[in-house]
Ligand binder design. Sequence first.
Ligand code: NAD
Ligand code: IPM
Ligand code: MN
Length: 322
Amino acid sequence: MTRIAIVKGDGIGHEVIPAAQKVLAVLHPEYEYFPVELGYHRWEQTGCPCADRDIAMLKTADAVLFGAVTTPPMKDYQSVVLRIRKALDLYANLRPVKSDGFDIMIVRENTEGMYSGIEEIGPDRATTLRVVTRAGTERIVRAAIRLARQRKGKLTIGHKANVLKSDVLFRDICIAEAKKAGVSYNEKFIDALGLDVLQHPQAYDVIVTTNIFGDILSDVASYLVGGLGLVPSANIGDRYALFEPVHGSAPDIAGKNSANPIATLRSAAMLLEHLGDANGAVRVESAIRQVLASGIRTRDIGGSAGTREFGNAVLRVLGEPE
Ligand code: NAD
Ligand code: IPM
Ligand code: MN
């Protein structure tokens, strides 16, 4: 039996996840769906945002559908998302940004770099160690090369090797692996890449980059498709997989039935593809497009529909005979 862990998390996670869960349940009533409650609200109630047994529960699932959690900028609070990514060793964070005329896959290293967790904060000085390893770089660039081969065969390496020694290692390994695999590649400094992606999105296929650069680049690139409400992601490791929108818990709009559920619906589509149901993934994407074409859209992309109305419209399309 295929088991899917459902994590709503905080904020708009409680609105966008139900929309996606209903879609999954329509396409796969035979799957088992089980909730895992974690996040900031859990910490407020119990002092613990995510327990060891929650991680253990996630590990029993074939895939996790994740909303978003609030991570307050506090000295002693450990990010739940980062803990899960590390605990499940979800090293490849795939963030597709795609529309008519361009199709970009951002492949973000997801376990090291600036998010090594090796850091210290004192009253007058704080440090974070940026760690890039050969093993960590090889596995992410190999994942990017595999994807490039299934796509247009073009790899772009985003880095800042002009200033950061850690990125000299990252760049050298990426280039060596691309040469070895015979995949055509180019490279760009990450700051210039941020602008060029917006100006010439059609020039890109797969972009591989380090953890925090991929984080920033994916929010920036979401501008190309209408913002954060539209971009999904997959977090993949050798054993586990978790699917979540690129956006966060959006406290500014939480509880207002106005969040765009598309990023989460698309994340559910990526989950289906991962589990071998490529046809289901295509059905979800075409239902989204059909609903958008009918003029139903949420406020962030110029409409007036609520989260629930959009989700219900997608369900109606999926319920219609094909
Ligand atoms: P955010 O992505 O939550 O929101 C940024 C802006 O985009 C806000 O104005 C928000 O209203 C808008 N937005 C986001 N998703 C939307 C949607 N689906 N529909 C319409 N508008 C949407 O980022 P933030 O405000 O910087 O962070 C809020 C909280 O979320 C923080 O605590 C942050 O740490 C956390 N966060 C969590 C995750 C995660 O769980 N994976 C990811 C990013 C941020
Ligand atoms: C994301 C988020 C996370 C990240 C935060 C909330 C830890 O911004 O998934 O893009 O930085 O990876
Ligand atoms: Mn982010």
